[in-house]
Design a protein around this ligand. Structure first.
Ligand code: GDP
Length: 424
């Protein structure tokens, strides 16, 4: 038996959803172990096109058990509407198929509100939050000021706990931000409503994971965002508020003793970045517009145009090291087919020196990209399914990237559809 984690190597949006949807075929359990409704995993399959924010991407496969682990930011409001959309497109979501950890903390109505209030206070110094309440949520979780999903089964206790939390949170809402206080009746009605909806899905998912391991089942861990957005290893403070790297998968999944045997890192064939923060290889103007259009690079959650640039070997090499990727899926190769010359950010220049190592986040502001070019393939590759059938220049590009980042590129994705890939 082998467990596998699928993680982003760059700034997110690498195409993880597409890879998880493809690889779930081999797995019995798919677990989300961190993050919340702030990112979108795009999946295109026989049911249609979906931007999954919270649901694990195994939800489309009959027989796969999908788990939202204790490490996720459990946004029941968004999850409910996402479930209705997916069900509306013909996908079955039953308590057999979706299990929510009783130890996952709830994103509460004030977390989204606080996210908006803080970004407004920061004005031009904002972090580029998706305003889904993720940062206020994780701050509260670490202060133990959240409600666990399992508490919904204990109404007497929940009422007291919710009252205490509300009293505390209203001090911040009114005192710090001058906002309206939350009323207990509203919070209680909200909690009862979502308890009603979600109780059938909430359980001890650690037990399910343990039994899965015992009976030799295969587990797939699905990360959200990428290494460069990891709370501890990313471009602080322009990171997310949780750990996206594979080392966190056992902790956030509910089975801290789980072994992750394989780690598939998803790398985009060029670079994109949503929101604020240093992005050394960034392109501007016409060149950037052309790539953005070719790749449809607009945020799955927010619709924001993504910042774009050539592949960044320095950042990607670091992004591969952080989770310890054992194989790479290189996505969106087809998007670059229009380019005569393929640009590559091979190194950074920092204070007159050429560097290969990804520097401390503050120093990124002074780094300049060193760009090299390879010949393009200038032909549509989206219908190709065999490595030997790829144009020579496309193969050379893959081999070059592989050598530079030091990890085997096992999959080359040439389209968003499930079967549009090459396995080497
Ligand atoms: P995720 O958050 O990492 O799952 O990535 P996103 O869903 O935000 O972004 C990936 C986008 O690229 C989605 O629209 C996918 O359908 C699309 N996509 C994924 N792989 C490929 C590919 O190889 N080629 C093309 N053209 N699109 C792809």
């Amino acid at each position: 038996m082998a467990n596998c984690a699928i993680v982003g190597i760059n700034w997110g949006d690498e195409g993880k959803g597409r890879m998880v949807d493809l690889l779930t075929e081999k797995y019995d359990v798919v677990v989300r172990y961190q993050g919340g409704g702030n990112a979108g995993h795009t999946v295109v399959n026989e049911f249609g096109k979906f931007a999954l924010h919270l649901l694990p991407s195994g939800i489309f496969r009959p027989g796969v058990v999908n788990i939202l682990g204790n490490g996720v930011a459990l946004d029941l409001e968004n999850l409910w509407s996402e479930m209705q959309t997916v069900i509306g497109q013909g996908v079955d979501i039953t308590p057999d198929k979706l299990k929510i950890s009783d130890r996952a903390s709830l994103v509460l109505p004030w977390h989204r509100e606080l996210d908006g209030l803080e970004e407004a206070r920061l004005k031009d110094k904002k972090f580029g939050s998706t305003k889904q309440g993720i940062a206020p949520f994780y701050s509260d979780k670490f202060q133990k000021k959240t409600i666990l999903a399992g508490e919904l089964f204990y109404p007497e206790h929940l009422k007291e706990h919710a009252k205490d939390l509300l009293e505390w949170k209203n001090l911040t809402l009114t005192g710090v931000y001058g906002a309206e206080p939350t009323k207990f009746e509203d919070l209680w009605a909200w909690l009862q409503d979502y308890a009603e909806k979600f109780k059938p899905f909430i359980c001890d998912t650690g037990k399910i994971m343990k039994n899965a391991v015992k009976s030799g089942k295969n587990i797939l861990f699905e990360a959200q965002l990428g290494s460069l957005r990891d709370l501890d290893y990313g471009i602080h403070p322009y990171t997310t508020s949780s750990n996206a790297i594979a080392a966190y998968a056992p902790v956030g999944s509910g089975l801290p003793s789980a072994k992750v045997d394989e780690i598939v890192g998803v790398v985009k064939a060029y670079s994109t970045c949503v929101g604020e923060g240093p992005f050394v290889c960034e392109w501007f103007g016409e060149e950037a517009d052309k790539l953005r259009e070719a790749g449809g690079e607009y945020g799955a959650k927010t619709g924001r145009p993504r910042r774009v640039g050539p592949i960044d070997i320095v950042a990607t090499g670091y992004g591969v090291e952080c989770p310890g990727a054992t194989a790479i899926a290189l996505t969106k190769m087809d998007v670059m087919s229009y380019m005569k010359k393929i640009p590559i950010c091979s190194h950074y220049e920092l204070n007159g020196e050429i560097i290969d190592d990804f520097p401390f986040p503050v120093a990124l502001n002074d780094c300049k990209p060193v760009i090299e070019y390879m010949d393009g393939w200038e032909t549509d590759i989206s219908g190709i399914r065999k490595w030997e059938a790829l144009p020579e220049n496309a193969r050379k590009y893959v081999e070059y990237v592989e050598k530079q980042i030091g990890c085997f590129i096992k999959y080359v994705s040439v389209g968003p559809e499930r079967d549009a890939y090459i396995e080497r």
